[in-house]
Write a protein that binds this ligand. Structure first.
Ligand SMILES: Cc1cc2nc3c(=O)[nH]c(=O)nc-3n(C[C@H](O)[C@H](O)[C@H](O)COP(=O)(O)OP(=O)(O)OC[C@H]3O[C@@H](n4cnc5c(N)ncnc54)[C@H](O)[C@@H]3O)c2cc1C
Length: 374
């Protein structure tokens, strides 16, 4: 592929897309308003699965499962190329909420996944009694372990991607906001940026939660908005647990060096990234129920990120419905890390006219436009 491609936004989606296009021989420039990888992609937990995947649509499951199995090879290649280890780790994910075995088994028929039903553990005994005192039905009451679920460490994944993109010959322009998309004859003609006009053959929007704002009147049914998520960070001398633990809407992620993340809130408050005491107290209270040893530990950091949420709850990946040299890779909400390598592969196949390995019709921006016209 000989063409020039400009990618707007250097989060995990923009970087992974740049890497794939460079591997196909494209000339790629990434334009980033701030510095590389400091927004949602940095803020996230790095769990390589939706939290309780049976609660999600086929569109989310298909893409996340396909993408998750690309990670071992992808992260190993990134480590070799960049010298930075993204810390891909199969840590397993334990769900301590009440589970309906039938729903899980039905889901598993379509998405074969290892699952162990566990006897009630010390971390959930108290919760089971408190929330379900009368129900002794073990079929629907046990915790479960998904032993094959993995995690990565977001800042390290981003650093390794950043280095790899540069090594592959990609150009990255930081501190350069794209202010406007200029159209001529149903094509993007140029971008107006803080550093002047920029031209390319193809343009990709991977601006996360800001993608709809950037598209402006060209959004045409593409509906992406920010949903704030807050996280807490702790540091133990050694990892106090091995599995990722989830109870209802709160999870605890152990890193290999003793860092431990607690997340996350889901707040519909616009482009507001301020952390709050209320979120800290709520997360802390629920996390202590999951992992009582957190009680004595100081919070070493609290932060927030803006997830790019869509109404249909799955991303837009593909060609814009009316502008033929414009492509979108955005709207990955809570699953942008796990979906990154597959989303990059799909978009690259779209630009280079290669066949796709999974059905991509649900992710195509054109479907949003058709829905809006109806
Ligand atoms: C608290 C939290 C926990 C999460 N946990 C997980 C998890 O465990 N697993 C998982 O898979 N996902 C998780 N996610 C979701 C995941 O982080 C996101 O879906 C993913 O990071 C989205 O990546 P992105 O590249 O689209 O967006 P971003 O990382 O936000 O990148 C977009 C980039 O575009 C730039 N930009 C925007 N507008 C412009 C412009 N006009 N000009 C130039 N640049 C621009 C921004 O500065 C930004 O750097 C979590 C998210 C949060 C917030």
């Amino acid at each position: 592929m000989q063409q020039d491609v400009i990618i707007i936004g250097a989060g995990v989606i923009g970087l992974a897309t740049a890497e794939q296009l460079l591997l196909q021989g494209a000339k790629v420039t990434l334009i980033e308003r701030n510095e590389v990888g400091l927004e949602s992609s940095w803020a996230g937990g790095g769990i390589l699965s939706p939290l309780c995947p049976w609660d999600y649509s086929d569109d989310v499951n298909r893409l996340s499962q396909y993408s998750a199995q690309l990670f071992p090879q992808w992260t190993s290649n990134l480590y070799k190329a960049s010298g930075t280890d993204p810390e891909y780790l199969i840590s397993g994910m334990k769900i301590l909420s009440f589970v309906d075995k039938k729903i899980i088994e039905d889901w598993r028929l379509q998405y074969p996944t290892k699952i162990k039903y566990l006897a009630t553990s010390h971390t959930d005994t108290h919760l089971n009694k408190k929330h379900n005192p009368g129900n002794q039905d073990q079929e629907n009451n046990s915790s479960i372990l998904m032993p094959d679920i993995a995690q990565v460490r977001n800042p390290r994944l981003l650093k390794s991607l950043h280095i790899s993109v540069l090594q592959l010959g990609g150009k990255i322009i930081e501190n350069c906001v794209v202010n406007q998309i200029n159209i001529r004859n149903h094509n993007v003609h140029s971008l107006t940026t803080a550093q002047g006009q920029i031209f390319a053959d193809y343009y990709v929007i991977s601006a996360g939660a800001w993608s709809k704002t950037l598209l402006g009147s060209h959004a045409l049914g593409i509906d992406i908005k920010p949903i704030k998520g807050q996280m807490l960070l702790f540091k133990f001398n050694e990892p106090p647990i091995t599995n990722i633990l989830i109870k209802d809407d709160v999870y605890v992620i152990p890193r290999q060096d003793g860092h431990l993340l607690v997340g996350s809130t889901i707040e519909d408050v616009g482009f507001n990234k301020k952390t709050t005491i209320t979120a800290r107290n709520n997360l802390m209270q629920k996390a202590r129920e999951i992992l009582p040893s957190l009680d004595k530990m100081p919070i070493i950091k609290q932060w927030a990120g803006l997830r790019p949420a869509t109404k249909k709850n799955s991303p837009y990946i593909g060609r814009h419905s009316t502008l033929s040299n414009l492509f979108i890779n955005a709207g990955h909400f809570r699953y942008g890390i796990v979906m990154a390598p597959a989303s990059a592969e799909i978009l690259t196949n779209e630009i280079t006219n290669h066949s796709q390995k999974i059905d991509i019709s649900p992710y195509q921006p054109g479907s949003a436009f058709r829905t809006e016209l109806q």
